[in-house]
Design a protein around this ligand. Sequence first.
Ligand code: DC
Length: 225
Amino acid sequence: MSNAVIAVDGPGASGKTTVGRLLAHKLRYKFLDTGAMYRAITWAALEAGVSPKDSRRLVSLAQEQRMEVAFQQDGQGLVLVDGRDVAAHLREESVEQSVSLVSQVPGVRDILVELQRRVAEEGRMVMAGRDIGTVVLPHAPIKVFLTASVAERARRRHAELQASGHGVPYQDVLEYLAKRDKLDSERKVAPLRPALDAHVLATDGLSAEMVVERILEMVRLQSWA
Ligand code: DC
């Protein structure tokens, strides 16, 4: 039983991380962004000169390296690769370009899913990703699937990029997200889709605080929180 773990899934830039982090903070839960794990393995592969198309070598790399999740005092989960904090590399362009390919490899997913399940045993946690409610924790007591139109998600991501000094044109962000949506939802293993028992929340026009408030209402109806 995946007790007291809230699964927050959804497409890129749907607000999973912002909402998940805020929700975890309000509940004094831990927060794990599983996208960071797929990004970390992608970064490790690129560092080791392994092609993101070479499934066999990707799986060997995933088996050989030691990936861990360390929770900080504020509850945020940090992904460590061979003991090293790789957070600063996870949004690099090369990682962005290759992560969808790496996350399609079944053997890589098996290894990360197993680690995610082990971490989830700690309980009292919000776990964000694409397949948490469908594959990783099918018995999670609360599953939320966030959606937003691709235009809205591109607007949010574009604003984030601008705020961090990256002047990428809006149109490029839009096209990139549309491409990622297609790859993530058409892949054979664990494609992006809501679990049958997920609460699907359309977030266009809603602030992260408003989305969190809706999820907290669901949590209040549960006795374990
Ligand atoms: O949420 P994100 O943009 O950081 O995710 C990066 C990639 O990892 C994205 O292409 C989908 C993949 N991913 C996945 O397949 N399963 C997860 N649970 C989380 C992310």
